[in-house]
Design a protein. Structure first.
Length: 190
């Protein structure tokens, strides 16, 4: 499963047309590795992928996938939704997003049942280009899945290596602190 993930990311990177790094793009594929540290229990790591497709100058579609391996639990998270973005001035956008989420937890202990729950997330924040190649974004996200809810604070930094490729890292603080690093492939228009 994980090898298929990386093959998909590589194929999209090779087939995607170039974009201009100086703009904030809403059409991209982002892949990387995440480390998750819950308030209770051991931490885990695994691959993650986010996609976004800009429909027009206001609306974008989003999706996400993460597969985190903890000591006795394999947690898979899926997300699909839509967002709006409003340009306040060149290189500075306000962003809002709503998503449907699903968590699947496979537990290695035969006495404990697997978990499959769904819910939603709402997020709001800003994206800011400080130079033609360096972006910082951050915001607040509320997640409500099953019987659990959490409010997270997030910050991300992204360096555009060229017109198409970027590398970055980010951190989310909440009940599940998450540190991630990876790469992004921009494609299409804003």
């Amino acid at each position: 499963m994980k090898s298929k993930f990386w093959v998909l990311v590589a194929a999209i990177a090779l087939l995607a047309p170039a974009a201009f790094a100086k703009d904030l793009h809403y059409s991209y594929v982002e892949g990387g590795w995440a480390s998750v540290d819950p308030d209770a229990g051991d931490s885990g790591t695994g691959p993650m992928m986010d996609v976004s497709y800009g429909l027009n100058e206001l609306v974008h579609l989003v999706g996400g996938y993460a597969d985190t391996d903890f000591d006795t639990v394999d947690m898979t998270t899926w997300e699909v939704g839509a967002g709006v973005h409003r340009t306040m001035r060149e290189g500075f956008d306000l962003v809002g997003q709503a998503s449907y989420m699903e968590w699947e937890a496979e537990v290695e202990d035969p006495l404990v049942n697997d978990v499959d729950e769904d819910g939603f997330s709402l997020a709001g924040g800003i994206r800011k280009m400080f130079t033609d190649f360096f972006e910082v974004n951050g915001g607040v996200e509320y997640v409500d899945v099953g019987d659990d809810d959490d409010t997270l604070l997030a910050v991300n930094a992204l360096y555009n290596v060229n017109d198409r490729f970027a590398v970055g890292a980010g951190y989310k603080v909440g009940d599940f602190d998450t540190l991630h690093a990876g790469f992004r492939v921009n494609f299409g228009k804003r």
